[in-house]
Design a protein around this ligand. Structure first.
Ligand SMILES: Cc1cc2nc3c(=O)[nH]c(=O)nc-3n(C[C@H](O)[C@H](O)[C@H](O)COP(=O)(O)OP(=O)(O)OC[C@H]3O[C@@H](n4cnc5c(N)ncnc54)[C@H](O)[C@@H]3O)c2cc1C
Length: 320
């Protein structure tokens, strides 16, 4: 049996989150004494597949399609075979659907929002998952060899696998078959350079930014520190920013290493989407803003004054 890490290509790149998915799979493989294999979905160069030779990864399956319908997914799973005890994916909106489909096809357990490494207990493993938008945790026992699907949140494991091992690359020759039940009408590519779920740092703006014309201040700052940009719900509702940037209970749930909230009050529905972040930094004119209660660092002040100053300071440090 084996643990299968599933990685979806972002554009033509292996996403940043893949290191964490691999590290999680390798840790699980060691605990239950199984090999780790990887399935890469999407068009990517062979050299990028070779780079996945980390830790105990031995085989990399490659399918050039990233957007799968159920018929294609069925063919992929059939070609990989039944010797998979766990399918491991990173937690994001796309993988929620993909993981659910795998679990339905395999008639197996599906555990999303996993926030701990697996602990082995006899013929099972135990993991904790975040529930009630991260306000509580549930401990879940899953049988080994049950073809279970685990969706792992960011920052659960440190990706510190050694590199350089040779891997066997298996090209899955899958025919592009039409799904009989659904028709793909089009794909609208998010216009951000980095996906929010994968980003290591996020600069997010709220109504306190005053209007879309001020967003260049946040974009400059984000570009300087290599962060993705996000926003609060009202900001996307008012079309100041695109909807895929909306963070929170009803938007994208993120858990970057650093979440920077600028001009966002910190309503419970926004916090529910960011409380998995490693560190939170808040800039707000109101010292009583609820976001400060969950912040690690903060500045009480005007975003339009402090953000450009921070950008400039970081630029100077980088020039030295
Ligand atoms: C069912 C439901 C689901 C929801 N889901 C979400 C969700 O997923 N995500 C989400 O974000 N919201 C969600 N909301 C909305 C949420 O309740 C808040 O209304 C929203 O988060 C507030 O957005 P905001 O902080 O940008 O705006 P505001 O509440 O207006 O806060 C603006 C903040 O900016 C500060 N400010 C003003 N000027 C400046 C300045 N110059 N510099 C710095 N700071 C400044 C103010 O002090 C204030 O704290 C949901 C609501 C409901 C009812």
């Amino acid at each position: 049996m084996s643990v299968l890490a599933i990685i979806k290509v972002d554009g033509h790149e292996i996403p940043y989150s893949s290191d964490e998915v691999l590290a999680y799979s390798v840790d699980l493989g060691e605990k239950i004494g199984e090999d780790v294999k990887v399935l890469v979905l999407g068009n990517v160069a062979r050299e990028s597949l070779e780079v996945l030779g980390k830790g105990s990864v031995g085989t990399v399956y490659h399918c050039p399609f990233a957007n799968l319908n159920l018929e294609i997914l069925k063919s992929i799973l059939e070609k990989i075979g039944d010797d998979v005890s766990f399918y491991i994916l990173s937690q994001n909106l796309d993988n929620n659907i993909l993981g659910g489909q795998i679990s339905a096809l395999k008639d197996s357990a599906f555990v999303s929002n996993v926030v701990t490494l697996a602990e082995r207990e006899g013929n099972s493993i135990q993991v904790s998952k975040a529930v009630y938008t991260g306000k509580a945790f549930a401990d879940i026992k899953v049988e080994i060899n049950g073809a279970s699907v685990l969706l792992v949140k960011k920052n659960v494991v440190k990706p510190n696998l050694s590199q350089g091992q040779e891997v066997q690359i298996v090209e899955l020759n899958i025919e592009e078959v039409e799904d009989l039940n659904t028709e793909l009408l089009g794909i609208e590519q998010a216009k951000t350079q980095m996906s929010l779920s994968d980003a290591d740092a996020i600069v997010s703006g709220g109504r306190g930014m005053g209007g879309p014309e001020n967003w260049n201040v946040l974009e400059d700052f984000a570009a300087e520190i290599g962060a993705a940009t996000g926003c609060s719900k009202p900001v996307s509702d008012m079309n100041w920013r695109p909807h895929h940037e909306h963070v929170g209970q009803t938007g994208v749930k993120v858990s970057p290493n650093l979440y920077i909230a600028v001009g966002i009050s910190g309503a419970i529905q926004h916090i529910a989407g960011v409380n998995g972040s490693h560190k939170i930094f808040v800039i707000n004119t109101d010292s009583e803003a609820p976001f400060f209660k969950v912040a690690d660092y903060g500045i009480v002040g005007d975003a339009m004054v402090f953000v450009p100053k921070l950008t400039e300071a970081i630029r100077k440090i980088k020039e030295k």
